[in-house]
Structure formats: C-alpha cells, structure tokens
Design a protein around this ligand. Structure first.
Ligand code: AOF
Ligand code: ZN
Length: 374
C-alpha cells in the first residue's frame, strides 16, 4: 500500500486498536497471572470496516481474548483482521495457542500492539501467523498497550510488580493527624476513584502504623465491585497486627499477608496464623523487612501490581529503595493544622525521572499522576 491508502489504513488500525485497548480494561485486575488482553475482529466487505467479534481475557485468565472474539465472529472471521493488544500466544497451556486458532479461523491479517515478553510466546506467536500466510502488523499503539499492561510487563521482565504510590495531602501538606484515627482529607468522588484504583490492583500494601492508627478495611466498597478487593499486605516486622482489626475481621473474604521479620514473636505469629493470616517476606535489612525481596515474593505469588497506601514512613522506604513506578497525589481542600503528619513528598518534590501524565479534578480535590519508564 502506498501514500494515501497506507495513511488511511494506519488511521483505521489505530482506531480499532484503541477500541481493543478500551475493551481490555474491562477485566483489568481480574485475570492474574495473565494480563487482561482485548481483541476486536473487523471485516471490510467493501462498504467500510465493521466489527464482527470482540473478546477480553476471561476472569481468572482463561479463555484468552482471541478465543472469545473468534467464538463471537464464527464464520465471519474468515478473511477478517484481528486487532490484539498483546501478541497472540504460541504455547499449549491450559488452552491451545491463540496464534493457531486465528490461523484455523481463516483470519487474513493480525494487528498487534505489545509483544509478549513471556518466553513461551515472545516472537513465536507472530512467527506462527506469518508462516501460515497471515499478514502481520506489529506495534500499533505499542506504548499505550505497554502502559496499560505495565504490571504484567513488570512481573515478566523484572520479576516484581508495578508499584503505585498513592498519597492524599491536605491543603497544608499533611497526610493525617497523629492520634486522630482516620482523617478525611479528600471528598466522596476522590474516595470512589481510590476504590477504583484498588479494584484494578492485585495487592494493597500499608504499614502497621497505619493499621494501628486507622484500623482500615482496605477493601473495595463500590456498588457492584465489592468482589474485586485485592489482597491486603501489611508491613509489620514485629507481627503486631491486632486480632480484632478490621483487616483480620474480613479475612474470609479477602486474604491478609503480613510481612514480618524472622525475630517476630512466634506466639503472635501462630495466633494470627490460626485466624488465617499468611506470613511472607522474612528477609530483613537493618531489622526492617527488605522491600525488594518482598516485591519478588509478591510477584512469585502472581501479583503484578501493588498499591501502596500509607503511611509516610512506608512511602519514604519505597522511594528510598527506588521501587516506585507511579505516583498518584490527591490534594484535598481540607486543612489538618496542628499535629499533622507531614507528607513525604508533594507536587513540587517528585523524584527525578518521573513525568506528569495526568491532571484531574474530583469535586474539590486535585489529582496528579506521574510515571517513570520501566
Ligand atoms: C493471549 N491472549 O488473552 C492472554 C495471553 O497460563 P496460560 O496458558 O493462560 O498462559 C499464560 C500466558 O498467556 C501469559 O503469560 C501470556 O504470555 C499469555 N496471555 N495470551 O494470546 C490473552 N491473556
Ligand atoms: Zn492465547
């Protein structure tokens, strides 16, 4: 294709890939250890392109997106173009390879966004397609796809989850008040946004200080999304987690992991274990839980993204270990005043290497988001 026609096809490809990426978000956070992939199958019989099948990686990770979309398109997939946000798989896992399924369905062209770093796939998916005579275009909206699947990419390539640091700052730069329990810094719509962030993460992490101060439940409490609460992780080197905490109370519905050090009181640990608490990450540095190793442990458990929600010391530790990939700051309109706990960072003190990618407003609260390349 040359000139105008190629440019036209380019625009069409980007449009349908954008649709596939939007679609893939539907199951984000619910497909571990698989990424949530989107597939859109498109035909053009001369009167312009139209969609004949769509699919998203199913909850739990299987079936894969391509299989779902092909099941919808059936015979109409013959001669069509499939837009996939991730290179189609090439391995016989618990499902047959998607690359073969696309070939068998008679798909004429496959447009892919991100390449799959999984060594069982990496390049082989596209190779199967090409060997069967399918036209392949790689890398359409690749950056957007990689950003959307950053957790999966991080877990595959770095053996650790994506770490998102979220902080809510009062107008006077505080994140709470000592001895005051949970202080409301942001309003209702910002709270809903935080719950959405939780729903898309695989784990939420806080320090024991926050648990003792706030007794948070750390669950998703949005109508319809209650079942999407990620596991909860507490940095608690002495295993001080109270048996009567809300975290323990909700343990049957959402697991609680405690990262304690090997010197923690074995009786405390046993008591918590009897209540269902699981212990991880016993490696320590200067008698603190070693965060890089803990992140590796979480990745090994299948966690691709961790939302760090507090408090100040925990945030500082993650920043000091250079483990933060994304920073989200909410700036509320409330003043905390006397006794306030100073925020570990603010909009004017974002570490170097991060770039601002989003600015939003939730009611009276401001939202800023910064990311750093992997
Ligand atoms: C696809 N389409 O929708 C997804 C893919 O355990 P399995 O057999 O499901 O394989 C997991 C791998 O499959 C995962 O590491 C990644 O390479 C790929 N994910 N591939 O063709 C999909 N979710
Ligand atoms: Zn597949």
């Amino acid at each position: 294709m040359a000139g105008k026609a190629a440019a036209g096809q380019d625009a069409i490809d980007r449009r349908f890939m954008a649709a596939a990426l939007r679609l893939s978000r539907r199951n984000a956070g619910r497909t571990a250890t698989n990424p949530s992939v989107g597939t859109v199958i498109v035909r053009d019989d001369g009167a312009g392109p139209f969609i004949v099948g769509t699919g998203v990686t199913a909850v739990g990770g299987r079936p894969h997106a391509e299989t779902e979309a092909l099941a919808e398109a059936v015979e109409l997939a013959r001669g069509a173009t499939a837009y996939v946000t991730l290179e189609p798989c090439a391995h016989h896992g618990r499902t047959p390879p998607c690359a073969n399924a696309l070939v068998n369905a008679g798909v004429a062209r496959v447009v892919g966004a991100a390449s799959d770093p999984d060594p069982r796939v990496s390049g082989k998916g596209y190779a199967i397609l090409r060997a069967a005579g399918v036209e392949v275009t790689e890398g359409v909206l690749a950056r957007e796809a990689a950003e959307q699947m950053v957790g999966y990419m991080s877990r595959s390539l770095r053996k650790r989850p994506e770490v998102i640091l979220k902080l809510a700052l009062s107008v006077d730069g505080k994140i709470g008040r000592r001895g005051a329990g949970q202080v409301s810094i942001t309003g209702e719509s910002a709270r809903r946004e935080v719950h959405l962030m939780r729903a898309e993460a695989d784990a939420i992490l806080v320090g024991i200080g926050t648990v003792l101060e706030d007794d948070p439940a750390l669950t998703v409490r949005l109508p319809g999304l209650e079942s999407r609460s990620p596991i909860r992780v507490v940095l608690d080197r002495h295993a001080r987690l109270p048996e009567a905490s809300k975290l323990v109370a909700g343990i049957d519905r959402v697991p609680v992991y405690v990262a304690a050090c090997e010197h923690a009181d074995p009786q405390r640990k046993a008591a918590l274990e009897r209540l269902g608490v699981r212990f991880i990450g016993t490696e320590t540095v200067d008698s603190r839980v070693a965060l890089p190793e803990l992140m590796e442990d979480l990745a090994a458990l299948g966690m691709a993204s961790v939302l760090v929600e507090g408090g100040a010391e925990v945030a500082k530790a993650f920043l000091a270990d250079d483990l933060v990939d994304r920073i989200v700051l909410f700036r509320g309109a409330v003043e905390v005043g006397e006794g306030g706990i100073a925020a570990p960072l603010d909009e004017d003190h974002i570490p170097t290497g991060f770039r601002r990618v989003r600015d939003m407003r939730f009611g009276d609260d401001l939202y800023g988001e910064w990311i750093r390349g992997m």
